[in-house]
Design a protein around this ligand. Structure first.
Ligand code: 6A9
Length: 756
């Protein structure tokens, strides 16, 4: 009984918001700010998707019919299997200008049928009301020139609205209207409507029919040669000043062309000012940097829904659910990949914000604010944010539940530290500086709870030691039990997890977090007992001797995890009788008993104290770290640093039957960026290794730029990671425009304020 009650309390706490003033209630996020960000390309999971930042919005988007292997396919949701030769943003400035609530917006489509197989291009533009409100079809849709009213309706936030199409070309337009509120099925709806009609008429056309009280309107424009089509949305169309005609002409035809051109120029100039001030980069590379930034910004989405939180083992709800929903919440966030992972990931976001705050600190605070509002009353934030049906439709079941005992690196501190450090203050206007300090004042209590969650739940056996809790110590199928919490998934840790473990990367994240909170306290001139604790903790975690005592391998000068470990582990196939079928099962064998020791795998984890600048510039350990980095048998390749040394016993080894090596060799850009930052730091600190750090810095930087740029030119995409052999080829998810876009900062030589 008592135990049950305690469990219930724990569960309820995990789905209760932290009792603290909400970030998003700050005045700086209302008014003009909110209005300028009302509409956007906030549906990154589709090739072109527009919505507003409100839970139930009007949504708009584009589909088209493509041909693959002699078969027609509808293109809509970003999918690598569509095999588009390229897609993405080459310029994106994220913000709009108000005119009425949220402002008007326009989309220009330049269509060319030359390469389509049957000589016709079929485009589908849709508008739908998530609230299910009726959308009226324009009175008549002719195949004519001039502005045509496509649809109209009304929405509680924007009032009456109208959607127009304008084109100088001869177009054939068909349409269909549907009633449905499950918006993640729009492709199916169109596919079925077209297929059904095609069977009856032989044409690939929508049936020109609408269901009663339709809230989804789809327009098909078919083009034989080339066409330019402008589509305009007018918010608050009841207002007659300026006139509807004026508003349409301002956002279509020649005036739209001029507008687009000047926006593009503004974007380029702003990019140059922020990221290319010294003209360091040649023009071929520069355009790739711009595309990286644009894709990161164009990938920013707005999501609304409830995470599913796993109940403690053995507990289920009356209806059989093994989870309980988090409170309904909004998340404005960038995403790692529009095709594979179009949703928020906690530790990815800190890297995204390193780029985004430099571009627009208001957007960055808005995003970080949303994330901090997700803190529960324990100080925990769910790692992967699967909010709403559209997001959920992309995620395999086993990845959906979030565990309130699992962490993920608190990388948001990286970006926040930059705001708070004062070093960058000179680049902020007075107005920005004021908003940053208001933001930090309100964030303080949240950051403190976040930190305390780590400090209390992820601590190790001895003071000042930490480990990622929640590793599986019963697994028989994994070569090395994974540590998804660390973000480095299958990077090898102690082979036999137990509470003696200590993880050097987590210790370093704790150091970053304490230093960040300390910076904020200094910035806000706060000086209570709490701040004194942080000063003390920051000094303890910075203590070089203690770090070395817990994690340094004296012989190699590498930093290692510590734990119950044996190198003599292998996976073996067993035949297992399973009802009437024979099944083969992998089992993990230990050929030598594990014992407490440093875990001897050199890779990204071994570099963490270096990445964080925690090694004194005159220390011999620094020299050793430079050895590990520059050694081609260990971490160095011509394309960037490997995640794991070639000499590691699990280098490029599969973890299970189904898990190929992931963080066991491939080159990842976030960790390379962190290492590069540190090389840059040590190249500017007096000491015996200054020159060497500078040389390695130059080489690593140019290797990374060359390889990412070359892959982009060859494939049209940025990649999740890069092959450490095989000419540095992009691997994993393509159109991975999350942390790979750190390329922008690598080009700009812009690094975080890590080092006090
Ligand atoms: C799988 C498959 C259509 C794995 O970038 C996001 C994360 C990183 O945070 C993490 O460090 N990625 C890295 O190791 C991708 C995780 C995807 C998990 C969900 C769903 C859907 O395929």
């Amino acid at each position: 009984e008592a135990e049950g009650a305690a469990t219930l309390r724990t569960v309820m706490r995990s789905i209760t918001p932290l009792p603290a003033p909400r970030m998003m209630d700050l005045p700086q996020f209302q008014g003009d700010h909110k209005e300028s960000l009302y509409w956007g390309t906030y549906r990154p999971n589709v090739y072109l998707g527009i919505r507003s930042r409100t839970p139930l919005s009007l949504i708009a988007g584009l589909m088209w019919i493509g041909l693959k292997n002699g078969q027609y396919f509808l293109r809509h949701v970003c999918q690598d299997s569509d095999e588009l030769s390229s897609y993405g943003w080459t310029a994106h400035n994220e913000k709009g200008e108000g005119s009425g609530y949220g402002g008007d917006w326009a989309v220009r489509l330049d269509a060319n049928s030359e390469r389509s197989s049957d000589g016709t291009t079929h485009l589908f533009f849709y508008i739908a009301d998530e609230q299910g409100k009726l959308i009226a079809m324009g009175s008549h849709v002719p195949s004519s020139r001039g502005p045509v009213l496509l649809a109209s309706g009304s929405h509680e936030e924007i009032g009456d609205w109208e959607l127009y199409l304008r084109s100088e070309d001869n177009l054939e337009i068909h349409r269909a209207g549907f009633k449905s509120t499950s918006m993640h099925n729009l492709s199916d709806l169109v596919q079925q409507a077209v297929a059904t009609n095609a069977m009856q008429t032989g044409n690939l056309n929508l049936p020109d029919m609408t269901e009663d009280s339709s809230n989804i309107m789809i327009y098909q424009v078919s083009i034989k040669t080339t066409a330019q089509i402008d589509i305009v949305f007018l918010s608050g169309s009841a207002s007659k000043n300026p006139t509807i005609e004026d508003r349409i002409s301002k956002l279509t035809g020649p005036m739209l062309s001029t507008r687009l051109e000047s926006k593009r120029k503004e974007f380029d100039e702003r990019y140059d000012k922020i990221f290319n001030a010294n003209n360091k980069i040649d023009s071929k590379e520069l355009s790739v940097g711009r595309a990286a930034l644009s894709n990161l910004l164009g990938g920013i989405g707005y999501f609304y829904g409830q995470s599913k939180i796993a109940l403690p083992k053995g507990f289920t709800q009356k209806n059989g659910d093994k989870y309980i929903p988090y409170w309904p919440a909004a998340l404005y966030t960038a995403v790692p990949s529009r095709s594979f992972f179009p949703r928020g990931f906690l530790w990815d976001e800190g890297f995204h914000q390193l780029v985004i705050w430099r571009w627009d600190v208001h957007i960055s605070m808005d995003i970080i604010g949303h994330w901090l509002d997700l803190l529960n009353s324990d100080g925990w934030i769910p790692r992967e944010q699967i909010l709403g049906a559209e997001a959920l439709s992309k995620v395999p079941e086993e990845f959906v539940l979030q565990y309130p005992s699992n962490g993920n690196p608190p990388t948001l501190f990286l970006a926040i530290r930059d705001f708070a450090s004062g070093i960058h203050a000179k680049q902020f206007s007075d107005d920005e500086a004021k908003k940053i300090s208001t933001f930090l004042e309100r964030a303080y209590i949240r950051l403190n709870s976040w930190f305390q969650w780590f400090n209390s739940t992820q601590s190790g056996k001895y003071e000042g030691t930490f480990y990622w809790h929640g590793r599986d110590n019963t697994t028989t199928r994994e070569l090395n039990p994974k540590t998804l919490t660390s973000g480095l998934d299958d990077y090898p840790r102690a082979s036999h997890p137990n509470d003696e473990e200590r993880h050097v990367d987590l210790r370093c994240w704790m150091l970053l977090a304490t230093n960040c909170i300390r910076s904020i306290a200094e910035f806000l001139k706060m000086d209570s007992a709490l701040e004194k604790d942080y000063y003390k903790m920051s000094n303890q975690l910075s203590d070089f001797g203690t770090l070395n005592k817990f994690h340094l391998d004296d012989k190699t000068g590498a930093y290692f995890d510590y734990g119950n470990h044996t190198e003599k582990v292998r996976l073996r196939w067993y035949d297992v009788q399973d009802k009437d079928t024979m099944r083969r099962e992998l089992l993990r064998e230990t050929l030598q008993p594990p014992q407490l020791q440093l875990v001897p795998h050199v890779g990204y984890v071994s570099l963490f104290p270096f990445m964080m600048g925690a090694i004194p510039p005159e220390s011999w350990v620094l020299d050793k770290q430079l050895d590990l980095i520059s050694n081609t048998s260990i971490l160095w390749t011509d394309y960037g640093l490997r995640s794991l040394s070639r000499t590691s016993s699990v280098y490029m080894k599969r973890n299970t039957e189904h898990d190929p090596p992931y963080w066991r060799g491939a080159i990842w850009i976030n960790m390379n960026y962190m290492t590069l930052s540190a090389l840059h730091h040590y190249a500017h600190e007096d000491g015996p290794y200054k020159v060497r750090a500078g040389e390695l810095y130059d080489k690593l930087r140019s290797n990374l730029i060359r390889n990412i740029v070359q892959n982009y030119h060859e494939t049209g995409f940025f990649w999740e990671n890069y092959d450490q052999k095989n000419k540095g080829k992009g691997k994993g998810a393509r159109s991975f425009t999350g942390w790979t876009s750190l390329l922008v900062l690598i080009m700009a030589e812009s690094y975080p304020t890590l080092h006090r």
